[in-house]
Design a binder for this molecule. Sequence first.
Ligand SMILES: *[C@@H]1O[C@H](CO)[C@@H](O)[C@H](O)[C@H]1NC(C)=O
Ligand SMILES: *[C@@H]1O[C@H](CO)[C@@H](O)[C@H](O)[C@H]1NC(C)=O
Ligand SMILES: *[C@@H]1O[C@H](CO)[C@@H](O)[C@H](O)[C@H]1NC(C)=O
Ligand SMILES: *[C@@H]1O[C@H](CO)[C@@H](O)[C@H](O)[C@H]1NC(C)=O
Ligand SMILES: *[C@@H]1O[C@H](CO)[C@@H](O)[C@H](O)[C@H]1NC(C)=O
Ligand SMILES: *[C@@H]1O[C@H](CO)[C@@H](O)[C@H](O)[C@H]1NC(C)=O
Ligand SMILES: *[C@@H]1O[C@H](CO)[C@@H](O)[C@H](O)[C@H]1NC(C)=O
Length: 440
Amino acid sequence: MGSKRSVPPRHHSLSYDEIMFAALFAVLVVVCTGLMVVSWLAIKESESDSVLETSHEARGTFKITSGATYNPNLQDKLSEDFKILAFDLQQMIDEIFQSSNLKSEYKNSKVLQFENGSVIVIFELFFAQWVSNENVKEELIQGIEANKSSQLVTFHIDLNSIDITASSENFPTVSSATTSDKLTTSRPLTTPGNDSVECLPGSMPCADALNCIAVDLFCDGELNCPDGSDEDNKTCATACDGRFLLTESSGSFQAAYYPKLSTSSVVCRWIIRVNNGLSIKLSFDSFNTYYTDVLNIYEGVGSNKILRASLCETNPGTIRIFSNQVTATFLIESDENDYIGFNATYTAFNSSELNNYEKINCNFEDGFCFWVQDLNDDNEWERVQGSTYPPFTGPDVDHTFGNASGFYISTPTGPGGRKERVGLLSLPLDPTVEPVCLSF
Ligand SMILES: *[C@@H]1O[C@H](CO)[C@@H](O)[C@H](O)[C@H]1NC(C)=O
Ligand SMILES: *[C@@H]1O[C@H](CO)[C@@H](O)[C@H](O)[C@H]1NC(C)=O
Ligand SMILES: *[C@@H]1O[C@H](CO)[C@@H](O)[C@H](O)[C@H]1NC(C)=O
Ligand SMILES: *[C@@H]1O[C@H](CO)[C@@H](O)[C@H](O)[C@H]1NC(C)=O
Ligand SMILES: *[C@@H]1O[C@H](CO)[C@@H](O)[C@H](O)[C@H]1NC(C)=O
Ligand SMILES: *[C@@H]1O[C@H](CO)[C@@H](O)[C@H](O)[C@H]1NC(C)=O
Ligand SMILES: *[C@@H]1O[C@H](CO)[C@@H](O)[C@H](O)[C@H]1NC(C)=O
């Protein structure tokens, strides 16, 4: 019986193809190993690079007594004034440290901010390895005294004002707070050199570096820092349109990049403040957001503000807030970038000038007119277009137009038939002598 299996011969002389294949394989192995070694070395190198990169940062401040004068443009990092002065001062600091005993450790400097008071300069220094604050301060003072920079012809620096602090520890950042409503503002810069302020977790220093306030109190429309720095236009500027306090009697604010498509993870907050006694009307040129990306409109500011509307997806029509202060927040949490966002326009109006008829009459085509949702009930009225869902739980159309275009209001639509109180309030009406009827 012959086996059908072909048994490979024990001693088999290698064919030409096999030799070629083996050689090729060997070459590949060598090349791959080489590549792995090279990339491992590269990773090692970049690791040690990045270790060097972050090895030491110090923050400092000094006062220029002459050679520069303060002007408000210096608050704006993009202004010509800021750039020119910052450039000269960086050059000065560089020259001083490059000719100091720290020249081998010193990397570079960056001017962060200017403050009034002749001119107070706040800057950062980068070193390749740890150096003590005292050492840095000493070298800077010596460099200035020894006239180590040509810039010192122009700038006169008060040696007693020089102060150096380690950069990272003393400056808690906004990102350490984990409130969902956290703002993407740049954290306020403090005047370094004052050890008196050590903020607890969840709070941050005011610009005076003397007071700490809760992170939530920044940019909420109420002054909490004695110097008012928690409500600073610049600090609080939204990531959306770069604005914060809107104090004109009318204006507009926009989602980020409007009318281009939006971006993800944006948190914006605006404060609208008009004259006492007036109310605020909001309407939207266009409105288009993903359903999780919500524009909240609050009556008032600070911790006592009242949520009056949560808007997403489609244009809500006109919204009226019967207060002279409105907080608006816009949160994009989704990665859905196919939405243009919104352009909101506001105007101030005087609700005391309305008569009873104007306060009551509404066809709901453009929002709720002057009606206000009762917040002490179980649910909210909804503004609906077309038929209610599920079918036969309400009308098919409104009676303004009698077709699918018209809006009407309904108690909450959608599955579930719980018994609920759903209230809607009018503005206070003027007393009338004649009896009046309310019709629907
Ligand atoms: C800077 O402060 C001084 C006094 O503190 C003040 O007189 C001056 O108007 C301020 N300058 C600016 C531009 O704010
Ligand atoms: C500092 O050096 C500059 C030249 O770099 C010179 O013009 C100036 O007089 C010097 N100032 C002092 C106080 O030595
Ligand atoms: C540091 O704080 C003290 C009060 O605690 C204050 O008098 C001083 O001016 C502050 N120094 C700086 C540089 O802000
Ligand atoms: C800052 O706020 C004031 C109102 O206090 C406003 O008039 C001004 O236009 C705002 N500045 C910017 C740059 O938004
Ligand atoms: C609002 O209108 C009422 C009635 O006309 C008037 O008395 C009041 O002064 C107005 N308020 C403002 C802030 O204009
Ligand atoms: C938003 O709408 C207002 C009023 O219609 C308009 O003046 C403004 O230019 C619009 N803003 C943008 C960014 O389209
Ligand atoms: C509904 O009626 C209004 C007014 O007659 C009209 O402008 C609108 O186009 C109509 N809509 C539809 C969907 O027929």
